[in-house]
Design a protein around this ligand. Structure first.
Ligand code: PEP
Ligand code: MG
Length: 593
């Protein structure tokens, strides 16, 4: 809906997906400096020399960065892994590519970003077509180095974000989880993106940081300019440009009332997560960084059910060493003790990539070389982490969890490497917990359907519904166009969840749930009724979930689960879930997105 506002500037209201609650109002900062979003521009004869100079500066910086990363990787994990950067240096030094770009500037009379992209696309396509595996892989090097040069030409997107000095609402096409992780809350008071969905890691990170966010707005980044005033509501997904006084007042009041409910819920912090009839629920939290433990404790979480350790590897130039990781894991475990600390091993890939490691460009990254697959192929990196976790396990509450298991062999191989790490530590007389618990994430349908094969080899399961839903329903979790199909209560998902819990119990092991579904207060009674033993959720959601648990009777949860298991569709289940929470804790309906 477009209409003029009081300021006379056009007001537009857009509907996206609210992924991190709260209302934010302020001036827009439009971020367009991502390496893939440069503007194609015609240049005059007199600008060619300047473009060549820019290109050469970016090349020098790129080579310097690659040398630095290579040295850091060598220190952290050894010369073999560092040698992959030799290939990057070969590309950055390749005279044929460099000369072709310079020639292209004279012929095409376009800015250097455009010409470089054209040349590199041609090289990549030619390399992809050759039979030889080695040469085909060089296409990845060309892509990576091109990205780095483009980023250096633009100044780098994360640097642009870091340059803010005044509070802004960031508007951009898409934001990488690694860029979201470094947002400065004082200066970025909210963000809105064209792409994204509630279970993307960018959205999860926004909730962890407590920054209101609306994603999936399709074309907001071309409809809005730097300096526009906007309002975003991270609960309802509304974005309004140049809002009127009346709109500001209305949303201000809504936010005030939400804040009042939230402050009431703060009183629950030290209360147990127990139903009215005494059924106890374990309420742990998902964390991305060590400092998130403050929020776990402030909100009354009693453990860490998912430490997404990949964030230790993102947003930095070198891989974290064994000592550095051990210190972080120990610190987290000590602070949440006696509650559990479940440390998930590196879950890279999908929508999380490391700039310091070469990962191939894949058409389907979520189904590609990621998580445990990547770790088993890179035992140096994996074992460094396993030894660090083992060292932290002198705190007996530390547990290990492998992500994205799709078959038993992966568990057996990971456990073999874990045993090797134990032997290495024993040989050095380094203490650790010999009986450390090992669990697997159940987030691939093949794992959920073969829990009976996995159970004898592990101590617990944790349902990763964010991925389980995308793989089972064939719905990419970060694609806003098909977000309407992303249904955690689809009958197929409920069956996989139930099977996992029941098989776990038959084998005497517990099942947690750490996907975003677990933190949705509307779903909590259903999951309790299905038999989930542990919830691991974003810290800010602990008070909401605890409120629901404390107003619930276990028998109501069981009844709801029984109805849900025989329902035909997700919408029917969602309605029943909302109905029950509306009856027992109506205030919660105002807070959910
Ligand atoms: C999941 O897939 O549900 C999960 C918790 O892991 P992540 O969101 O990090 O993929
Ligand atoms: Mg996952």
């Amino acid at each position: 809906m477009d209409q003029p506002s009081e300021s006379g500037r056009k007001s537009i209201q857009l509907q996206g997906i609210g992924v991190s609650p709260g209302v934010a109002t302020g001036p827009v900062y439009l971020l367009t400096t991502d390496e893939d979003r440069f503007v194609e521009r015609d240049i005059g004869e007199d600008e060619i020399a300047r473009e060549i100079a820019r290109f050469e500066d970016a090349l020098i910086l790129t080579r310097k960065q690659i040398h630095e990363i290579q040295a850091q990787v060598k220190d952290a994990i050894g010369p073999d892994s560092a040698s992959i950067f030799d290939a990057h240096l070969l590309v950055a030094d390749d005279r044929a590519i460099v000369d072709e770009v310079i020639r292209g500037l004279y012929v095409r009379k376009k800015n250097v970003e455009t010409v470089l992209r054209e040349v590199s696309d041609r090289y990549m396509q030619a390399l992809m077509k050759v039979e030889d595996d080695y040469l085909r892989e060089r296409a990845v090097d060309v892509r990576d180095v091109t990205r780095r040069i483009l980023r250096n030409l633009s100044g780098g997107s994360s640097q642009a974000i870091a340059r803010f000095t005044e509070p802004h609402i960031l508007v951009t096409n898409d934001l990488a989880p690694s860029d979201t992780a470094v947002l400065d809350k004082d200066h970025v008071i909210g963000f809105a993106t064209d792409l994204g969905s509630p279970t993307s890691h960018t959205a999860i990170m926004a909730r962890a940081l407590g920054i209101p966010a609306v994603v999936g707005l399709h074309d907001v980044s071309v409809r809005i300019s730097t300096g526009d005033q906007i309002l975003i509501d991270g609960n309802t997904g509304v974005l309004i440009t140049n809002p009127s006084r009346e709109q500001l007042e209305r949303y201000g009041k809504v936010e005030e009332s939400r804040q009042a409910i939230r402050s009431d819920l703060e009183t629950l912090r030290d209360q147990p997560a127990e139903t009215l009839d005494g059924y106890h629920v374990v309420l742990s939290c998902n964390i991305e960084l060590e400092k998130d433990v403050d929020q776990v404790l402030d909100n009354g979480g009693t453990g860490v059910g998912l430490f997404r350790t990949e964030y230790l590897y993102l947003s930095r130039k070198s891989l974290p060493s064994e000592d550095e990781q051990a210190a972080i894991y120990e610190a987290v475990a000590a602070r949440v003790a006696p509650g559990p600390t479940v440390i998930r091993t590196l879950d890279l890939g999908g929508d999380k990539f490391l700039s310091q490691l070469r990962m191939p460009a894949e058409i389907n990254p979520f189904m590609g070389w990621r998580a445990i697959r990547f770790c088993l192929a890179q035992p140096d990196i994996f074992k460094t982490q396993l030894r660090a976790i083992l060292r932290a396990s002198i705190h007996k509450n530390v547990k290990i969890m492998y992500p994205m298991i799709s078959n038993l062999d992966e568990v057996l191989r990971a456990n073999e490497l874990l045993e090797e790490c134990k032997s290495e530590l024993r040989a050095l007389d380094v203490p650790f917990n010999e009986k450390i618990d090992v669990g697997v994430m159940i987030e691939v349908p093949s794992a959920a359907l073969t829990t009976h094969l996995l159970a004898p080899h592990v101590n617990f399961f944790s349902l990763g519904t964010n991925d389980l839903v995308q793989y089972t329903l064939a719905v990419d979790r970060v694609n806003e166009r098909i977000a309407y199909l992303y249904e955690p209560t689809h009958p197929a998902i409920l069956r996989l969840i139930k099977n996992t819990i029941d098989v776990g119990h038959e084998h005497g092991i517990w099942t947690g749930i750490c996907g975003e579904m677990a933190g949705n207060p509307l779903m909590v009674p259903l999951l309790i009724g299905m038999g989930v033993d542990e919830f691991s959720i974003s810290p800010s959601l602990v008070p909401l979930v605890k409120d629901v648990v404390r107003k619930l009777r276990y028998s109501q949860a069981e009844d709801l689960a029984e109805v849900a298991m025989t329902s035909e569709s997700a919408s029917i289940v969602n309605e029943r879930c909302r109905e029950l929470v509306g009856q027992i804790a109506p205030e919660i309906l105002e807070l959910v997105t």
